[in-house]
Design a protein around this ligand. Structure first.
Ligand code: 3HC
Length: 303
Protein backbone atom coordinates (compact mmCIF):
# COMPACT_ATOMS: atom_id res chain seq x y z
CA UNK A 1 0.00 0.00 0.00
CA UNK A 2 1.59 3.25 -1.08
CA UNK A 3 1.68 6.10 1.42
CA UNK A 4 -0.62 9.01 0.72
CA UNK A 5 1.22 12.36 0.47
CA UNK A 6 0.61 14.69 3.42
CA UNK A 7 -2.68 16.55 3.05
CA UNK A 8 -3.81 14.60 -0.02
CA UNK A 9 -7.55 13.84 0.04
CA UNK A 10 -8.92 10.31 -0.17
CA UNK A 11 -8.03 8.97 -3.63
CA UNK A 12 -11.57 7.53 -3.95
CA UNK A 13 -12.69 11.10 -4.66
CA UNK A 14 -10.47 11.33 -7.75
CA UNK A 15 -12.10 11.57 -11.15
CA UNK A 16 -10.72 9.86 -14.28
CA UNK A 17 -8.80 11.92 -16.82
CA UNK A 18 -9.22 10.57 -20.34
CA UNK A 19 -8.27 13.66 -22.33
CA UNK A 20 -6.01 16.54 -21.37
CA UNK A 21 -5.59 20.03 -22.74
CA UNK A 22 -2.70 22.47 -22.64
CA UNK A 23 -3.31 26.15 -23.28
CA UNK A 24 -0.26 27.59 -24.99
CA UNK A 25 2.23 25.90 -27.30
CA UNK A 26 5.47 27.42 -26.01
CA UNK A 27 8.35 25.53 -24.43
CA UNK A 28 6.68 24.85 -21.07
CA UNK A 29 3.43 23.85 -22.80
CA UNK A 30 5.30 21.44 -25.09
CA UNK A 31 7.05 19.85 -22.13
CA UNK A 32 3.68 19.38 -20.39
CA UNK A 33 2.00 17.92 -23.49
CA UNK A 34 4.83 15.42 -23.89
CA UNK A 35 4.67 14.38 -20.23
CA UNK A 36 0.89 13.88 -20.27
CA UNK A 37 0.91 11.91 -23.54
CA UNK A 38 3.90 9.78 -22.61
CA UNK A 39 2.99 8.94 -19.03
CA UNK A 40 -0.82 9.00 -18.99
CA UNK A 41 -1.20 7.74 -22.56
CA UNK A 42 -4.25 9.95 -23.09
CA UNK A 43 -4.93 12.32 -26.00
CA UNK A 44 -3.51 15.78 -25.38
CA UNK A 45 -4.50 18.85 -27.35
CA UNK A 46 -2.46 22.06 -27.34
CA UNK A 47 -3.84 25.42 -28.41
CA UNK A 48 -2.29 28.77 -29.22
CA UNK A 49 -3.23 32.01 -30.93
CA UNK A 50 -2.05 31.08 -34.42
CA UNK A 51 -1.32 27.99 -36.50
CA UNK A 52 2.41 28.70 -36.66
CA UNK A 53 2.76 28.58 -32.87
CA UNK A 54 0.59 25.46 -32.67
CA UNK A 55 2.65 23.68 -35.34
CA UNK A 56 5.86 24.65 -33.56
CA UNK A 57 4.54 23.25 -30.26
CA UNK A 58 3.56 19.92 -31.79
CA UNK A 59 6.86 19.75 -33.72
CA UNK A 60 8.74 20.28 -30.42
CA UNK A 61 6.94 17.29 -28.86
CA UNK A 62 7.71 15.11 -31.90
CA UNK A 63 11.37 16.14 -31.82
CA UNK A 64 11.65 15.32 -28.10
CA UNK A 65 10.06 11.91 -28.72
CA UNK A 66 12.61 11.32 -31.50
CA UNK A 67 15.42 12.20 -29.08
CA UNK A 68 14.08 9.62 -26.59
CA UNK A 69 13.89 7.09 -29.41
CA UNK A 70 17.47 7.87 -30.41
CA UNK A 71 18.56 7.17 -26.81
CA UNK A 72 16.46 3.97 -26.76
CA UNK A 73 14.46 5.35 -23.83
CA UNK A 74 11.21 4.61 -25.63
CA UNK A 75 10.24 1.82 -28.04
CA UNK A 76 9.42 2.68 -31.67
CA UNK A 77 5.80 1.65 -30.99
CA UNK A 78 5.48 3.84 -27.91
CA UNK A 79 7.13 6.71 -29.79
CA UNK A 80 4.55 6.51 -32.58
CA UNK A 81 1.69 6.24 -30.10
CA UNK A 82 2.95 9.21 -28.07
CA UNK A 83 3.30 11.36 -31.17
CA UNK A 84 -0.19 10.45 -32.37
CA UNK A 85 -1.68 11.40 -29.00
CA UNK A 86 -0.51 15.02 -29.24
CA UNK A 87 -2.49 17.32 -31.52
CA UNK A 88 -2.82 21.07 -31.88
CA UNK A 89 -5.60 23.52 -32.57
CA UNK A 90 -6.07 27.27 -32.82
CA UNK A 91 -9.49 26.94 -31.20
CA UNK A 92 -10.21 26.28 -27.53
CA UNK A 93 -13.30 24.36 -28.75
CA UNK A 94 -10.83 21.46 -28.94
CA UNK A 95 -11.09 21.29 -25.12
CA UNK A 96 -14.86 20.60 -25.18
CA UNK A 97 -14.38 16.92 -24.20
CA UNK A 98 -11.27 17.34 -22.00
CA UNK A 99 -11.35 16.41 -18.29
CA UNK A 100 -8.27 18.40 -17.34
CA UNK A 101 -6.91 21.57 -18.92
CA UNK A 102 -3.69 23.24 -17.78
CA UNK A 103 -2.58 26.68 -18.88
CA UNK A 104 1.02 27.59 -19.63
CA UNK A 105 0.53 31.06 -21.05
CA UNK A 106 2.18 34.41 -20.29
CA UNK A 107 2.78 35.01 -16.57
CA UNK A 108 0.27 37.82 -16.12
CA UNK A 109 -2.80 37.55 -13.89
CA UNK A 110 -5.25 39.16 -16.32
CA UNK A 111 -4.06 37.04 -19.23
CA UNK A 112 -4.61 33.87 -17.20
CA UNK A 113 -8.02 35.06 -15.94
CA UNK A 114 -9.07 35.73 -19.51
CA UNK A 115 -7.94 32.26 -20.57
CA UNK A 116 -9.96 30.60 -17.80
CA UNK A 117 -13.05 32.69 -18.59
CA UNK A 118 -12.85 31.54 -22.21
CA UNK A 119 -12.31 27.94 -21.12
CA UNK A 120 -15.34 27.91 -18.84
CA UNK A 121 -17.56 28.77 -21.78
CA UNK A 122 -16.34 25.62 -23.56
CA UNK A 123 -15.44 22.85 -21.13
CA UNK A 124 -17.85 20.59 -19.24
CA UNK A 125 -18.73 21.44 -15.62
CA UNK A 126 -16.69 18.40 -14.51
CA UNK A 127 -13.51 19.58 -16.24
CA UNK A 128 -10.66 20.50 -13.90
CA UNK A 129 -8.70 23.67 -14.65
CA UNK A 130 -5.08 24.01 -13.62
CA UNK A 131 -2.46 26.72 -13.74
CA UNK A 132 1.28 26.20 -14.03
CA UNK A 133 1.98 29.66 -12.61
CA UNK A 134 5.32 30.12 -10.82
CA UNK A 135 4.25 32.89 -8.53
CA UNK A 136 0.79 34.34 -9.17
CA UNK A 137 -2.08 33.86 -6.72
CA UNK A 138 -4.29 30.90 -7.62
CA UNK A 139 -7.00 32.41 -5.39
CA UNK A 140 -6.97 35.66 -7.40
CA UNK A 141 -7.00 33.66 -10.62
CA UNK A 142 -10.15 31.80 -9.52
CA UNK A 143 -12.04 35.04 -8.82
CA UNK A 144 -14.75 35.59 -11.36
CA UNK A 145 -14.91 31.95 -12.45
CA UNK A 146 -18.35 30.35 -12.52
CA UNK A 147 -16.84 27.32 -10.81
CA UNK A 148 -13.84 28.62 -8.86
CA UNK A 149 -13.67 25.34 -6.92
CA UNK A 150 -12.34 23.55 -10.01
CA UNK A 151 -9.12 25.57 -10.21
CA UNK A 152 -5.90 24.13 -8.79
CA UNK A 153 -2.23 25.09 -9.04
CA UNK A 154 -0.04 22.49 -10.79
CA UNK A 155 3.48 23.89 -10.62
CA UNK A 156 6.15 21.94 -12.50
CA UNK A 157 9.89 22.61 -12.60
CA UNK A 158 12.24 23.00 -15.52
CA UNK A 159 13.13 20.73 -17.27
CA UNK A 160 9.75 19.05 -16.74
CA UNK A 161 10.87 15.68 -18.11
CA UNK A 162 13.66 15.43 -15.55
CA UNK A 163 12.64 17.31 -12.40
CA UNK A 164 10.67 14.94 -10.16
CA UNK A 165 8.80 17.53 -8.08
CA UNK A 166 5.30 18.92 -8.55
CA UNK A 167 3.80 21.53 -6.24
CA UNK A 168 0.03 21.09 -6.04
CA UNK A 169 -1.37 24.42 -4.92
CA UNK A 170 -4.51 24.40 -2.87
CA UNK A 171 -6.37 27.70 -2.89
CA UNK A 172 -9.09 28.18 -0.25
CA UNK A 173 -11.82 27.47 -2.79
CA UNK A 174 -10.22 24.35 -4.35
CA UNK A 175 -12.55 21.36 -4.17
CA UNK A 176 -11.46 18.10 -2.48
CA UNK A 177 -12.30 15.97 -5.54
CA UNK A 178 -10.22 18.33 -7.70
CA UNK A 179 -7.30 17.97 -5.31
CA UNK A 180 -7.69 14.20 -5.16
CA UNK A 181 -7.63 14.08 -8.98
CA UNK A 182 -4.54 16.29 -9.02
CA UNK A 183 -2.70 13.84 -6.74
CA UNK A 184 -3.76 10.84 -8.82
CA UNK A 185 -2.59 12.65 -11.95
CA UNK A 186 0.77 13.39 -10.33
CA UNK A 187 1.15 9.69 -9.58
CA UNK A 188 0.32 8.81 -13.18
CA UNK A 189 2.85 11.39 -14.36
CA UNK A 190 5.46 9.80 -12.04
CA UNK A 191 6.02 13.03 -10.16
CA UNK A 192 6.46 13.49 -6.43
CA UNK A 193 3.64 15.79 -5.41
CA UNK A 194 3.63 18.06 -2.39
CA UNK A 195 0.60 20.01 -1.26
CA UNK A 196 1.37 23.69 -0.77
CA UNK A 197 -0.67 26.68 0.29
CA UNK A 198 -1.48 29.48 -2.11
CA UNK A 199 1.25 31.85 -0.94
CA UNK A 200 3.64 34.07 -2.93
CA UNK A 201 5.87 31.80 -5.06
CA UNK A 202 4.59 28.77 -3.06
CA UNK A 203 7.49 26.94 -1.36
CA UNK A 204 10.28 25.90 -3.72
CA UNK A 205 10.70 29.16 -5.64
CA UNK A 206 10.71 31.06 -2.37
CA UNK A 207 13.70 29.07 -1.18
CA UNK A 208 15.39 29.02 -4.59
CA UNK A 209 14.98 32.78 -5.01
CA UNK A 210 16.78 33.44 -1.73
CA UNK A 211 19.83 31.79 -3.25
CA UNK A 212 19.44 33.20 -6.75
CA UNK A 213 18.51 36.63 -5.37
CA UNK A 214 21.76 36.82 -3.39
CA UNK A 215 23.81 35.76 -6.41
CA UNK A 216 22.07 38.35 -8.57
CA UNK A 217 22.61 40.94 -5.80
CA UNK A 218 26.35 40.16 -5.86
CA UNK A 219 26.21 40.73 -9.62
CA UNK A 220 24.33 44.02 -9.08
CA UNK A 221 27.08 45.09 -6.68
CA UNK A 222 29.71 44.53 -9.34
CA UNK A 223 30.79 40.91 -8.89
CA UNK A 224 31.17 39.51 -12.42
CA UNK A 225 28.51 36.92 -13.28
CA UNK A 226 31.02 34.14 -13.88
CA UNK A 227 32.75 34.79 -10.54
CA UNK A 228 29.49 34.63 -8.57
CA UNK A 229 28.59 31.50 -10.49
CA UNK A 230 31.94 29.75 -10.19
CA UNK A 231 32.09 30.50 -6.49
CA UNK A 232 28.96 28.38 -6.01
CA UNK A 233 29.92 25.55 -8.39
CA UNK A 234 31.88 23.53 -5.80
CA UNK A 235 28.82 23.55 -3.53
CA UNK A 236 27.55 20.59 -5.57
CA UNK A 237 24.58 22.38 -7.09
CA UNK A 238 23.31 20.53 -10.17
CA UNK A 239 23.30 23.80 -12.09
CA UNK A 240 24.84 27.18 -11.32
CA UNK A 241 22.39 29.94 -10.32
CA UNK A 242 22.92 32.06 -13.44
CA UNK A 243 22.56 29.07 -15.73
CA UNK A 244 19.35 28.24 -13.89
CA UNK A 245 18.06 31.80 -14.31
CA UNK A 246 18.84 31.63 -18.03
CA UNK A 247 17.10 28.23 -18.31
CA UNK A 248 13.86 29.26 -16.59
CA UNK A 249 14.03 32.52 -18.55
CA UNK A 250 15.05 35.89 -17.16
CA UNK A 251 11.50 37.32 -17.40
CA UNK A 252 10.16 34.37 -15.36
CA UNK A 253 12.90 34.88 -12.77
CA UNK A 254 11.96 38.56 -12.69
CA UNK A 255 8.24 37.78 -12.16
CA UNK A 256 9.03 35.52 -9.25
CA UNK A 257 11.27 38.22 -7.74
CA UNK A 258 8.46 40.78 -8.08
CA UNK A 259 5.83 38.53 -6.47
CA UNK A 260 8.14 37.80 -3.55
CA UNK A 261 9.07 41.44 -3.19
CA UNK A 262 5.37 42.42 -3.12
CA UNK A 263 4.73 39.83 -0.40
CA UNK A 264 7.86 40.13 1.75
CA UNK A 265 9.40 43.51 0.93
CA UNK A 266 13.16 43.95 1.33
CA UNK A 267 13.73 40.29 2.25
CA UNK A 268 13.35 39.71 -1.50
CA UNK A 269 14.78 42.67 -3.43
CA UNK A 270 14.17 43.09 -7.14
CA UNK A 271 17.33 43.29 -9.24
CA UNK A 272 17.44 46.36 -11.45
CA UNK A 273 20.14 44.76 -13.54
CA UNK A 274 17.88 41.79 -14.27
CA UNK A 275 15.26 44.19 -15.62
CA UNK A 276 17.90 45.96 -17.73
CA UNK A 277 19.08 42.65 -19.16
CA UNK A 278 15.49 41.73 -20.09
CA UNK A 279 14.88 45.17 -21.61
CA UNK A 280 18.01 44.71 -23.71
CA UNK A 281 16.88 41.27 -24.88
CA UNK A 282 19.80 39.53 -23.13
CA UNK A 283 19.08 35.82 -22.72
CA UNK A 284 22.34 34.49 -21.35
CA UNK A 285 24.84 36.20 -19.13
CA UNK A 286 27.90 34.92 -20.91
CA UNK A 287 29.05 33.16 -24.05
CA UNK A 288 30.90 29.87 -23.68
CA UNK A 289 34.08 29.45 -25.74
CA UNK A 290 34.99 26.03 -27.24
CA UNK A 291 37.64 25.58 -24.50
CA UNK A 292 34.90 25.88 -21.84
CA UNK A 293 35.88 29.37 -20.66
CA UNK A 294 33.24 32.07 -20.66
CA UNK A 295 33.13 35.65 -21.84
CA UNK A 296 30.52 38.16 -20.83
CA UNK A 297 28.81 39.65 -23.89
CA UNK A 298 29.14 43.36 -24.62
CA UNK A 299 25.51 44.08 -23.78
CA UNK A 300 25.97 42.69 -20.27
CA UNK A 301 29.25 44.56 -19.74
CA UNK A 302 27.78 47.85 -20.88
CA UNK A 303 25.08 47.86 -18.19
N1 3HC B 1 14.56 18.53 -21.52
C1 3HC B 1 14.51 17.19 -21.44
N2 3HC B 1 15.50 16.44 -20.89
C2 3HC B 1 16.58 17.09 -20.43
C3 3HC B 1 16.71 18.49 -20.48
C4 3HC B 1 15.64 19.20 -21.07
N3 3HC B 1 15.66 20.54 -21.15
N4 3HC B 1 17.90 18.85 -19.93
C5 3HC B 1 18.48 17.71 -19.55
N5 3HC B 1 17.70 16.66 -19.84
C6 3HC B 1 17.97 15.25 -19.59
C7 3HC B 1 19.13 14.79 -20.46
O1 3HC B 1 18.68 14.42 -21.73
C8 3HC B 1 19.65 13.63 -19.66
O2 3HC B 1 18.82 12.52 -19.90
P1 3HC B 1 19.46 11.08 -20.21
O3 3HC B 1 20.05 10.64 -18.92
O4 3HC B 1 18.28 10.28 -20.63
O5 3HC B 1 20.46 11.26 -21.29
C9 3HC B 1 19.41 14.04 -18.19
O6 3HC B 1 18.43 15.08 -18.25
C10 3HC B 1 20.66 14.55 -17.53
O7 3HC B 1 21.17 15.60 -18.34
P2 3HC B 1 22.71 15.91 -18.54
O8 3HC B 1 23.51 14.68 -18.27
O9 3HC B 1 22.89 16.60 -19.84
O10 3HC B 1 23.04 17.07 -17.51
P3 3HC B 1 23.00 17.14 -15.94
O11 3HC B 1 23.41 15.86 -15.29
O12 3HC B 1 23.74 18.38 -15.64
O13 3HC B 1 21.47 17.36 -15.59
C11 3HC B 1 19.72 18.87 -15.14
C12 3HC B 1 20.70 18.39 -16.17
C13 3HC B 1 18.81 17.69 -14.72
C14 3HC B 1 18.87 19.92 -15.84
C15 3HC B 1 20.46 19.42 -13.90
O14 3HC B 1 21.40 20.38 -14.33
C16 3HC B 1 19.56 20.05 -12.87
O15 3HC B 1 18.94 19.36 -12.07
N6 3HC B 1 19.50 21.38 -12.84
C17 3HC B 1 18.69 22.15 -11.89
C18 3HC B 1 17.32 22.31 -12.44
C19 3HC B 1 16.46 23.06 -11.49
O16 3HC B 1 16.80 23.44 -10.39
N7 3HC B 1 15.21 23.31 -11.94
C20 3HC B 1 14.26 24.08 -11.21
C21 3HC B 1 14.16 25.42 -11.82
S1 3HC B 1 12.97 26.43 -10.99
C22 3HC B 1 11.57 26.23 -11.88
O17 3HC B 1 11.53 25.60 -12.89
C23 3HC B 1 10.36 26.84 -11.31
C24 3HC B 1 9.79 27.88 -12.21
O18 3HC B 1 8.61 28.35 -11.60
C25 3HC B 1 10.71 29.04 -12.46
Amino acid sequence: RSKRPAGAPDRKLARPVTKAGVVGAGLMAGQLALLFARQLKVPVVMTDIDQERVDKGVAYVHAEVDKLLGKKRISPDAANRTKALVTGSVSKEAFADADFVIEAVFEELNVKKQVFAELEAIVSTECILATNTSSLSVTAMAEGLRHPERLVGFHFFNPVAVMPLLEIVRAPQTDEAVLATAFELAKGLKKTAVLVKDAAAFVVNRILLRLMGEVIAAFDEGTPAEVADDALRPMGLPMSPFTLAAMVGLPVAQHVQESLHAAFGERFPVSHNLQKLIDNGVKTLWVERPDGSRVIPEETLSL
